[in-house]
Design a protein around this ligand. Structure first.
Ligand code: PRX
Length: 631
């Protein structure tokens, strides 16, 4: 790939060109890929009416770019190295040739089971090679994958399946997660009680735990692949055909299905992967994310494979068998680039140096961070203790909706600064605005972070509801994409993300909408009303704080709290369980009946000095109760 920036001058030139002549800038990058038919119009856009298309008229298949192109000249190079949950189990190395064959074979299985171009396929699997194979097999035949993170509940799965009317579900019998055995198929069975669109379930064997297999609906992966060949020509796709749907939480309502399209997403994830990780042929790259999130889509599968890289997949968790597992993996596989989340760093810091001091981490060259603001203490620990002061940290800011990394330092090129994502990548035009939407010029300022020009990897729509996409992202500030994040631009023009400015909480790098958690709590018997806010949490970044009003006060508080946690787990999944529940007799409301979240946040965060004026509340006396009842 001929688009790697190598020096500060390269970055400055690329950035300049991307602003002055975006069409030629992206055309030169896109030409590096295999197109079945060239595009006719590079870019058309309108942020007011939300119409964006990149590489219009171009025909391609992303798997041809991620697989066939590399099989031609380096069939034996590892594409995916899979590290199992149990360190004593065998590692699997899938070369480009092997991955290609397995993807084609499974693509034929999908076809045999009735999947056609444009159909939606839900994938609910642990981090095993079959997950990557399933994703790529969908892309091979032009089916749209919707991966649902393995920690979500049956209810969340069925909501997502029904929203996009998935025809097929791909899952496993069970999953290994640390010492735990997770029942994947049971959860899918529960989900499917209410999913009329699903005709087939394909089950890959991982734990060989007993599961139900329904005649006519459920089939075994291992049986099906014996019935087909490994010849599957890539389906000819339009650059703007959807590649996948990924559900993400916002400040209101149910999660939205973010839609990414093939051509732009491919070009953008490959460009950003190669540059942000300064990937060189032969490097071993390890991203610890789960493929159930956007980081796994873009920077375990598509970006690295489009660049012909070697990407690792890890099935387990950072603390199993002990808190040195990441460092063991780095030593064992001689990992060069390591990309993880601040929450993992903070958690591993707490275990002390005995887990890494005797490990050989000398293969590391570059460290990455993603998903939430990285605090200075964690940044320095990561830099000194893991990188031994030699590895630049690339703090990458981006979102499910942006498809790929937007603001990040280029290792060994951009100056780094703890807790700063630093500078926008070429093609990205950030702008800070005040609450009225006026641009905040100059440096040394704070504002709401927006993007004013399209980029190839951006969201195109939300599945089944284009208006919602327009309203959520393109109507807060006219003509701009609004990120939902607050941001500082310092004296040097470096960007630092300060956190969400909407009702979204970032818990351990996972986005959780407060409204969703409230809806789940409100489904618990005896709950009258609830309000959920975020508060600072040492490990998770933010924790979930729930204020709950119950019908009756004569309950066993501890037991009721545990029951509420179970309800939230059932409705959304364990990741949305509140860290704190406080029972209250009322919530602070304005005279028009609106909950004053600002006050709830201040109390949860212990910022009582800045509570502000509470006298205009409908029920000012409640504030004292909230403060007194807080532990
Ligand atoms: O608030 C920002 C935070 O994570 C949000 C996006 O979450 P999600 O769509 O789940 O994608 C996470 C992985 C890309 C953003 O709106 N965020 C992400 N990266 C950073 C960050 N906050 C600060 N610094 C980051 N590097």
């Amino acid at each position: 790939m001929n688009f790697q920036m190598k020096t500060w001058e390269d970055y400055q030139d690329a950035y300049q060109k991307s602003i002055e002549d975006p069409e030629n800038f992206w055309a030169e990058i896109a030409q590096e890929f295999k197109w079945i038919k060239p595009w006719k119009k590079l870019l058309e856009w309108d942020f007011n009416d939300l119409q964006v298309s990149w590489f219009k008229g171009g025909k391609l298949n992303i798997t041809e770019n991620c697989l066939d192109r590399h099989v031609e000249h380096k069939p034996e190079q590892p594409a995916i190295i899979w590290e199992p949950n149990d360190p004593n189990e065998d590692v699997q190395v899938l070369t480009y040739k092997v991955l290609h064959d397995r993807v084609c074979r499974f693509a034929n299985v999908l076809k045999m089971n009735g999947v056609e171009k444009g159909d939606r396929v839900c994938i609910y699997m642990p981090m095993i090679p079959e997950l990557a194979i399933a994703v790529l097999a969908c892309a091979r035949i032009g089916a749209i994958h919707s991966v649902v993170f393995g920690g979500f509940s049956a209810q969340s799965i069925s909501d997502r399946i029904n929203d996009s009317a998935c025809k097929v579900v791909i899952t496993t019998d069970g999953a290994h997660r640390g010492a735990k055995l997770i029942p994947m198929k049971d959860t899918v069975d529960d989900a499917l009680m209410n999913c009329p669109s699903v005709k087939k379930v394909i089950v890959s064997t991982r734990t060989r735990t007993p599961i139900s297999m329904i005649k006519g609906r459920d089939v075994w992966w291992e049986e099906e692949i014996k019935k087909v060949t490994n010849e599957c020509p890539p389906e000819v796709m339009d650059a703007e055909d959807p590649l996948f749907i990924l559900y993400t939480s916002g400040s209101t309502g149910k999660p939205k299905g973010v839609v990414h399209t093939i051509g732009g997403y491919m070009v953008y994830t490959a460009y950003t992967f190669l540059n942000v990780f300064q990937y060189h042929p032969g490097d071993i790259y390890f991203c610890t994310a789960d493929i159930g999130w956007i980081t796994g889509h873009s920077y375990i599968i598509y970006g690295p494979l489009a660049c012909g890289a070697t990407t690792m997949m890890f099935e387990g968790i950072p603390t199993y068998p002990d808190a040195g597992r990441f460092w063991d993996i780095i030593e064992k596989h001689r990992v060069n680039t390591f990309y993880t989340a601040p929450t993992a760093i903070r958690s591993l810091m707490g275990f002390g140096d005995e887990y890494y001091k005797d490990k050989d981490l000398s293969s590391l060259r570059i460290l990455g961070s993603v998903g939430e603001p990285i605090n200075e203490e964690a940044w320095h620990w990561y830099h000194q203790e893991i990188g031994k002061g030699n590895c630049p940290i690339t703090d990458t800011w981006w979102q499910t909706e942006t498809g790929g990394i937007m603001i990040a330092p280029l290792p060994n090129i951009t100056k780094t600064k703890p807790s700063f994502a630093t500078l926008p990548l070429p093609g990205i035009q950030p702008i800070l605005v005040d609450d009225q939407g006026n641009e905040i010029d100059g440096n040394g300022v704070n504002g709401n972070l927006c993007i004013k020009f399209p980029w190839p990897g951006m969201i195109r729509t939300t599945w089944g509801d284009h208006e919602r996409c327009k309203k959520t992202y393109f109507s807060a500030y006219k003509g701009l994409y609004f990120t939902g994040d607050g941001c500082q631009r310092d004296e040097d023009g470096f960007y630092r993300i300060t956190g969400r400015v909407d009702d979204v909480i970032n818990v351990s790098g996972h986005r959780i909408g407060t409204a969703e958690v409230e809806n789940a709590i409100n489904m618990h018997t005896g709950v009258v009303e609830s309000a959920v806010v975020g508060y600072p949490h040492d490990i998770k970044g933010q924790g979930i704080y729930a204020y709950v009003i119950l019908e009756k006060s004569d309950h066993d508080a501890e037991l009721t709290k545990r029951d509420i946690l179970m309800t939230v787990s059932r409705i959304i999944g364990p990741i949305a369980k509140p860290d704190e529940i406080q029972f209250v007799s009322g919530l602070p409301k304005t005279r028009s009946g609106k909950i004053m979240r600002r006050i709830l946040r201040k109390v949860a965060c212990n910022e009582l000095d800045t509570l502000g004026d509470t006298s205009t509340l409908l029920n000012p006396e409640i504030v004292d109760e909230l403060i007194a009842g807080k532990k």
